[in-house]
Design a protein around this ligand. Structure first.
Ligand SMILES: Nc1ncnc2c1ncn2[C@@H]1O[C@H](COP(=O)(O)OP(=O)(O)O)[C@@H](O)[C@H]1O
Ligand SMILES: [Mg+2]
Length: 175
């Protein structure tokens, strides 16, 4: 089973992944996996991002598909073939602080916070025909999130269905 942990940059994917790894789960850092396997394509200078050969990426994950529970962490892990998707969420104000702390430009902070407010990654995730769950890293520590992710992995899923997290109150502030 492949479980994707996705979310807007800054929502806490890497921290949650580290906690799950410490608990013994097999966790693939998608960005590192892409670099190691030479799957980066040309750079988009305007957006300061690289594109990725998605077909090659999907193929490179083949060996993991039949090997117990594997967690893939990255902000487009939901675009891989996976069996369930956990979308990490974060309150816009807290997300902005985290991204500013990373020295993102103000444009890049705004672009990411807007995407979070508009549920972009959640919407992309529900397009995949697999179960989707949401966890809020502005409310819970990585330890609590890992407890919840473990519950999801074990099948206690009802509390984590999408729909409980709503940032629309903050919409006007960011547009
Ligand atoms: N559950 C959490 N509660 C509080 N702060 C968090 C939490 N998860 C992550 N952070 C902090 O937020 C920032 C972004 O976390 P990170 O895991 O790198 O996000 P991502 O991998 O989604 O970009 C880091 O400074 C991290 O320490
Ligand atoms: Mg990360």
């Amino acid at each position: 089973m492949i479980i994707a942990i996705t979310g807007t940059p800054g929502t806490g994917k890497t921290d949650l992944a580290a906690e799950l790894r410490a608990r013994g789960y097999e966790v693939i850092d998608l960005n590192e996996h892409i670099r190691k396997n030479g799957l980066l394509e040309e750079k988009d200078e305007a957006r300061d991002t690289y594109s990725v050969d998605m077909d090659a990426l999907d193929l490179s994950l083949e060996e993991w598909r039949n090997s117990g529970t594997v967690i893939i962490e990255g902000h487009f892990s939901h675009c891989m073939g996976c069996d369930a998707i956990i979308v990490l969420r974060c309150h816009p104000d807290i997300l902005a602080e985290r991204l500013q702390g990373r020295n993102y430009s103000s444009d890049k902070v705004r672009e990411n916070v807007q995407a979070e407010v508009l549920d972009v990654i959640l919407c992309e995730s529900v397009e995949a025909d697999v179960p989707v769950f949401e966890l809020d890293s502005s409310r819970d520590s990585a330890t609590v999130l890992a407890d919840k992710a473990e519950e999801i992995i074990k099948g206690n899923i009802d509390k984590y269905r999408p729909g409980n997290i709503d940032w629309t109150e903050d919409l006007e502030k960011w547009f």
